[in-house]
Design a protein around this ligand. Sequence first.
Ligand code: FAD
Length: 357
Amino acid sequence: MKIYDIAFVGMGASALGTYKLKYHNKNFSIIGIDKNFNKSRNNFFAFWMTDWMVPFKSIVKNQWSKWEFYYQKQKITHESIASPYCVIRYQDWKKFCLADGHNFSIKENNTIKIKKKDDFFEITLDNEEKVYSKKIYDSRSVDIEHDGLKQHFIGNIITVSNGHQIKNARLMDFRVKQDQGLHFIYLLPLDDNRLLVESTVFSKFLLDPSWYKNQISTYINENLDIEKYEITDSEQGVLPMFEINSQNKGNYVQIGAKGGATKISSGYAFSFFLKQLTSKDKNYQSYWDKWMDKIFVKYLENNDKSDEIFMKMAEKLNGEEFSSFMMGNAKFITKLKTISAMPKIGFIKSYLRIVLN
Ligand SMILES: Cc1cc2nc3c(=O)[nH]c(=O)nc-3n(C[C@H](O)[C@H](O)[C@H](O)COP(=O)(O)OP(=O)(O)OC[C@H]3O[C@@H](n4cnc5c(N)ncnc54)[C@H](O)[C@@H]3O)c2cc1C
């Protein structure tokens, strides 16, 4: 009976990163288990450039030093040359992490059960096969049936045959329907002909795919000066906006979204699990940031008109401050500025809801 040193149960973004940064070609026997391992997934991972993301600069696909927010007639533009907004694509990440790896094998299966034996684990696969390992990194998907707030979205990559004139990333464009929760368009110009246009909702309930697709086409017709385009690719996701507490025990370790890496107010997780892997600080986010996020999300859950709060926050901060706030490395003064943009009574109520719960 072969007992591997390490088993990755779920071989997505965080498992790939953990392999690359901790185990790549070291003296360990490693197995990855993931039914979707060879699927054509190629989503974008966005983040603002920080010191701990510099080692991955070579695989950054696009970067924008300016990003924008839109609400009714208002437009706010941020700029940061030092911390541009960047994206890495999933397939580039996978290639980067696995390149020349020779201490690694893969099983394209789902994991049905993990059982602790004496000093190793027994992993049962969907074909009844058993795999044994001394240590497990578990990144299987989080439960989206949870009744908490979620960020859900569909994005289309559109190819515009005559080209477009959009230069900056649009982080949040609220000039769209607001009847299903907080809704905005996220838009990235990928090159002179291609745009990623995403319809994103913060709410407890998922919508029919046709809803997001209609929002995207309406937005393109009403807000972009584009006549003819073709949808050439798409991505979709459901990200938790509720706290996930990892349940690590000995050699069983939860990582990625399952391990609590998601910044719940934004859905960003990619840079946070990499921060944990590359720094001495073993927390994804600081205690303070987690509390702020919890209060903020509680506020979103119980109040309309949250679009105005995002705009106020964007208005108070400059590009450097905003990116540092989003990446969890803001100075104290930036945190104070952010708090000053929040509605005081609503936030006190949200705080009380959390502590009294
Ligand atoms: C479309 C999309 C866009 C995103 N964009 C951003 C972004 O711009 N910036 C950012 O910071 N974050 C983003 N995120 C959030 C987050 O970074 C990603 O979800 C990231 O993939 C989390 O990594 P992970 O390893 O936890 O999960 P995943 O990458 O989803 O990996 C989990 C893996 O587990 C496998 N799996 C699930 N169940 C089983 C099972 N029973 N047995 C075996 N394998 C199983 C899945 O097939 C999957 O490959 C995005 C997420 C999505 C879905």
